[in-house]
Design a protein around this ligand. Structure first.
Ligand code: TRH
Length: 389
């Protein structure tokens, strides 16, 4: 007899940008497709979700896409009518409704309640990963689950077929040509390098673009639609939004916001990837091409500490000149300081990065993937709860 799938509720409050929903959408699809879990994804902002997934219907309170039940998390939901799932995830430190929490506490088999945290390479994460947070008012326990870069954390989101898909794509010139063609860039292979630029608006953008304009080699730079495009337009008013525009050695093409699986391919098709926030930096590491991370800004410069922690792990054991080039450029890019000299320093060592990135990728892969690590953790908790009830 076929077993009934286990229900998981994932709650996603979109703070800003696309990281929150990007992560929840990936996780939900993977849980459904690879673990046979029935996922109900609660999202408070369907507009942002629709940018990532065009199939999202803004008018539906409830819809199913790719096997995931998507529910609009809005004030009108009558939580007393919603039986909680066996597993409840508050994604990226959002807070689930109090009425839903009461329902959880009233269940004979208490749900496993998890707070899926933000990504950080800082060492304290290992101590807090899977830590229990008893909720005395509710007779429930919540557990912290941290994604991360070491075996003592929950690992990173990675679909089981991702790396073989990316490797096959990189080895298949025809598939790459077809990919570029579909983006209106049949001539992409004629450029000496291809750069994807996904970044927050930036004070040094003009300086970066002028490095590429004046370079000896030709650059194709693709920029996804968004506020950065407006900034580029102000700097380069001749920029066309529909077709490629050339400025010296630099050609720019504005791309539509791609579906996530296509964005993964873009990162593999490019020679250098500028990424930002929390999810695209992870995808850039799976693509293993040289990447530059613009970390999401936090109050009191907390993000710079996080960046330093990441760079320390990522460059551990590297030759000093390579480490310096990477660390220096990340520093100026994230503090928006003049970058011409550091860009030139970085260019000298770019050729060394793909091999280093593959080693780094292997290491990350060995920690398992976040969805599978979550499932394993939940299974253990359910067994323990059964034995004690
Ligand atoms: O959009 P972001 O800046 O998101 C940020 C961070 O996650 C940050 O930590 C969080 O606190 C804040 O949001 C609220 O960058 P991020 O995380 O890379 O998310 C972008 C998502 O968009 C990611 O899932 C990749 C996806 N994407 C596409 O699917 N297609 C595209 O064309 C592009 C450029 C991105």
């Amino acid at each position: 007899m076929q077993q009934k799938p286990q229900y998981w509720d994932i709650f996603c409050a979109v703070v800003d940008n696309f990281g929150d929903i990007g992560i929840c959408w990936r996780l939900s699809r993977q849980l459904v497709a690879e673990h046979g879990i029935a996922v109900r994804l609660w999202v408070d902002d369907l507009h942002s979700f629709q940018r990532l997934c065009s199939a999202v219907d803004l008018l539906q309170a409830r819809q199913q896409i790719e096997g995931v039940e998507i529910w609009h998390w809005q004030s009108a939901v009558n939580w007393s009518q919603i039986p909680p799932a066996a597993v409840v995830i508050e994604a990226l430190a959002c807070t689930i409704p109090a009425a839903y929490q009461q329902q959880m506490a009233a269940m004979p088999d208490k749900p496993v309640w998890l707070n899926l945290e933000y990504l950080s390479a800082e060492s304290w994460v290992e101590d807090c990963h899977t830590m229990a947070s008893p909720q005395p008012m509710l007779a429930l326990t919540k557990y912290f689950f941290f994604p991360g870069f070491t075996a003592q954390t929950g690992g990173l989101l990675r679909e089981s077929a991702l790396l073989s898909r990316l490797d096959a794509f990189v080895q298949d010139r025809q598939a790459q040509q077809h990919f570029w063609q579909q983006l209106g860039l049949a001539d992409a292979h004629l450029f000496q390098r291809r750069i994807s630029l996904f970044a927050y608006s930036h004070q040094q953008l003009a300086s970066l673009l002028s490095c590429w304009q004046g370079a000896n080699s030709t650059t194709l730079c693709v920029i996804p639609t968004g506020p950065l495009v407006e900034q580029v337009q102000q700097l380069l008013p001749e920029l066309s939004l529909d077709r490629s525009t050339t400025f010296g050695a630099l050609t720019i093409k504005i791309l539509p916001f791609l579906p996530q699986p296509d964005y993964d391919l873009l990162l593999s098709a490019c020679d250098i990837n500028f990424v930002r926030g929390e999810d695209s930096i992870v995808r850039a590491q799976w693509a293993a091409k040289p990447f530059i991370w613009q970390i999401y800004r936090q109050e009191e410069q907390a993000h710079l500490q996080k960046l330093q922690a990441f760079l320390q792990r990522y460059t551990a054991g590297w030759p000093q000149a390579l480490t310096n080039a990477i660390v220096n450029f990340h520093h100026v890019w994230n503090t928006e300081q003049p970058l011409q000299a550091t860009w030139q320093e970085l260019e000298q060592v770019l050729v060394e990065l793909p091999a280093k990135n593959l080693l780094w990728r292997n290491k990350l892969e060995s920690h398992g993937d976040l969805a599978s690590n979550l499932v394993r953790f939940v299974e253990k908790k359910i067994i323990i709860q059964r034995n004690f009830s």
